[in-house]
Design a protein around this ligand. Structure first.
Ligand SMILES: Nc1nc2c(ncn2[C@@H]2O[C@H](COP(=O)(O)OP(=O)(O)OP(=O)(O)O)[C@@H](O)[C@H]2O)c(=O)[nH]1
Ligand SMILES: [Mg+2]
Length: 330
């Protein structure tokens, strides 16, 4: 059956071919789909267009939060930002693909990744952002990679149990040190930045990985916590999520209105040691000015204890704010 495509369709198709950005492409494809005659003869074409749209939407989603401007920048999202740093082919992209909905390219050869890919890893009632990065190696590393690492909350240093994990760790650590990022030594001086890091040894499922892990554990600098995992089997990944959360040094707190229950599904995430005042400020600036006191339910307080604005919050606390009802500006 002929498709009987109309001039409007061909016009939309022309727009699609001319489109440079993903949103324009999606819009043109959607227009093609709308103006196309719908009958048996166009079933196949409709299917093709829908698939193309779905693919572009997925791509747009992946690129969200990544800004390209003299390199890249990754907007932080969720409870904390963890960057994956390591030698080529160690499994960084495979890990992001396994832990999140992001789909960075995974390949059995080195230097696959060229741009950052963030993804959100669900953790209990919150999510941690994990960012796939290009490898760090003796060869050329673009300077934006170091900028992304500097801005992150935590480094996950990925090494490969099928290679020489100790050599990889030393090499990566040395390159970062040359770029004034310290993982092991607390360096000082202008531009120097010490970053918290956890080491993850991957490919625990491969033959002799267990022996390599034991040896590596004895030889590696003991300052860094060491975890191991198999990405295909998922072994060790639950513990990884727990340890990442702990290492981010954050707390989840909840708010409630007087006489109502707290919404346990959506925590506020704050740095450990944050006060009632910081929580109020996070909610609204005006709120902060009018805050009189708060009541806190938690393990460190008796239930509904009245506290002042400088009160230090703890993981799981529920906070009820009491504000000055007068509207006058302070
Ligand atoms: N058996 C096994 N293979 C793994 C594991 N993790 C990663 N791989 C494989 O190792 C290869 C490299 O994985 P990638 O995720 O592309 O590595 P990468 O660190 O992102 O590599 P670059 O982008 O080059 O830095 C792929 O063939 C993966 O399937 C693992 O835990 N076990
Ligand atoms: Mg990669």
């Amino acid at each position: 059956m002929p498709a009987n495509l109309t001039p409007q369709y061909f016009e939309a198709e022309r727009k699609y071919r001319a489109a440079k950005e993903i949103p324009e492409k999606i819009a043109a494809l959607e227009e093609m789909l709308t103006v196309m005659p719908k009958h048996k003869g166009t079933d196949r074409l409709q299917g093709d267009l829908k698939r193309k749209i779905a693919k572009l939407k997925a791509e747009a989603q992946r690129k969200k939060g990544v800004k390209r401007q003299f390199g890249y920048r990754v907007d932080p999202e969720g409870a904390g930002q963890v960057v994956l740093v390591g030698a080529p082919n160690t499994g960084k992209s495979a890990l992001v693909a396994r832990l999140t909905k992001a789909q960075p390219e995974v390949a059995p050869y080195p230097f696959t990744t060229r741009a950052p890919t963030p993804g959100m890893m669900p953790f209990e009632n919150t999510a941690i952002q994990v960012v796939d990065l290009p490898p760090i190696s003796e060869g050329y590393v673009e300077s934006w990679v170091y900028d992304v690492i500097r801005r992150a909350d935590l480094v996950l240093l990925v090494v490969d149990l099928a290679a020489d994990p100790l050599a990889q760790l030393k090499a990566v650590e040395a390159i970062l040190r040359q770029n004034k990022i310290g993982l092991l030594e607390e360096g000082e001086g202008s531009g120097w930045l010490n970053k918290r890091a956890i080491v993850l040894a991957t490919k625990l499922d491969l033959p002799e990985a267990q022996e390599t892990l034991e040896l590596f554990g004895e030889l590696m600098p003991s300052r860094l916590p060491l975890l191991a995992a198999s990405i295909p089997s998922g072994e060790g990944l639950e513990e990884l999520a727990q340890r990442l959360y702990q290492a981010l040094e954050i707390i989840r707190v909840y708010t409630k209105a007087p006489g109502k229950e707290a919404d346990r599904g959506s925590p506020f995430v704050l740095p450990a040691g944050a006060t009632v005042e910081e929580l109020a400020g996070r909610i609204h600036k005006d709120f902060l000015g009018r805050l009189k006191y708060a009541k806190v339910w938690g393990r460190q307080t008796f239930q509904g204890q009245m506290v002042q604005r400088d009160y230090t919050l703890h993981e799981g606390d529920i906070v009820e704010f009491h504000i000055d009802q007068r509207q006058e500006a302070s």
